[in-house]
Design a protein around this ligand. Structure first.
Ligand code: SIN
Length: 323
């Protein structure tokens, strides 16, 4: 029998952290999602004998992440969080869509205990693999008394779900938290925290997510750019898209042709939100815009937010009011 809240549950989903290459010097020509979560844990001697449970949820390259996997992940997290003996959860994940999974879990679970996503930029076969240290540091956070919310741990830095974003395709320290900065750092097995834990509430509880992930509201992203035509918006509407997030230029401006197409979509009942394609910062509303702004959310996180809002309040008008 373990002490109360002493177990860390590690859920495997794949990614480069579980990837393998044929040469130890190859950090790009590998195949993601080749090692099971138990193998990843076995590569961290400091975790030997620790109260850890491992469970393989999926085994994929996170570019191929699906709503169905998110659904399973949310339900398994909810299951383990309901166990008093569990201190926290670590999820091994690919880096490419890590920030999306983090935001989805924060907005479905709003966990009062920690869920820490751990990833790596180099495969498990690399001469200097970063996965084992990131996994160890993530377990440190998951065991930290008082820890809560969904976070991501890479290169010694802890990022909150709302802020984390991948900013580099290759270097080890590939993640940033924009204007907010990291939530903390893990140094020699100790978390040094700079600010409060994530506390955004749940929009749709894991148990309320429609069982058929194919029936979740279709929300797509379009980008405003020089020469934009708006043709893609008509195609999306014809395909039954319920919501569109426009990755707008600068402080939320949209090419006039795309704006006309989006306005027509909105008139037809599609929810249209603006986010900015700028790498940092947030849209500062001027008050006269046709489309609600997604605030500080990046286009990919705004897409998740709008999808969940449409689940919670199915009409476009309701979804816009609650934004
Ligand atoms: C993935 O996202 O699954 C592959 C890339 C990575 O983890 O760095």
């Amino acid at each position: 029998m373990q002490n109360e809240s002493s177990i860390v549950v590690v859920l495997g989903t794949g990614g480069t952290i579980a990837g393998a290459a044929s040469e130890v010097t190859d950090n790009v020509g590998y195949v993601a999602a080749q090692r099971g979560v138990a193998q990843l844990l076995a590569a961290v001697p400091a975790l030997a004998g620790a109260p850890i449970e491992a469970e393989q949820i999926a085994q994929l390259d996170s570019k191929d992440m699906t709503h169905a996997v998110w659904h399973t992940l949310a339900l398994r997290c909810a299951h383990h969080l309901a166990r008093p003996e569990v201190a926290g959860i670590v999820i091994t994940h690919g880096t490419d869509t890590l920030e999306e999974t983090a935001w989805f879990l924060q907005r479905t679970l709003a966990p009062a205990r920690p869920i820490v996503l751990a990833a790596a930029m180099r495969p498990a076969t690399a001469l200097q693999a970063d996965g084992p240290q990131n996994l160890l540091d993530a377990v440190t956070v998951a065991r930290t008394p008082g820890a809560r919310g969904v976070t991501a741990l890479l290169a010694g830095r802890l990022h909150a779900a709302a802020d984390v974003r991948k900013v580099h395709p290759y270097r080890l320290d590939a993640f940033a938290s924009g204007d907010a900065g990291p939530l903390g750092v893990v140094e020699e097995g100790v978390l040094r925290r700079f600010r409060e834990w994530p506390c955004e509430p749940s929009l749709v509880g894991a148990a309320q997510l429609p069982a058929d992930a194919g029936a979740w509201p279709a929300v797509e992203i379009v980008t405003s750019h020089a020469g934009a035509s708006g043709a893609i918006v008509a195609a999306l509407c014809a395909a039954g898209t319920r919501g569109i997030v426009v990755a707008a230029t600068g402080n939320g401006s949209v090419h006039e042709r795309l704006e006309r197409a989006l306005a027509a979509a909105q008139d037809a009942g599609v929810s249209v939100w603006r986010s900015t394609r700028c790498l940092d910062g947030r849209i500062i509303d001027s008050g006269d815009t046709a489309f609600p702004s997604a605030g500080a959310l990046t286009p990919t996180k705004a897409r998740i937010e709008l999808m969940l809002r449409l689940m919670a309040a199915p009409s476009a008008a309701q979804a816009a009011r609650s934004s």
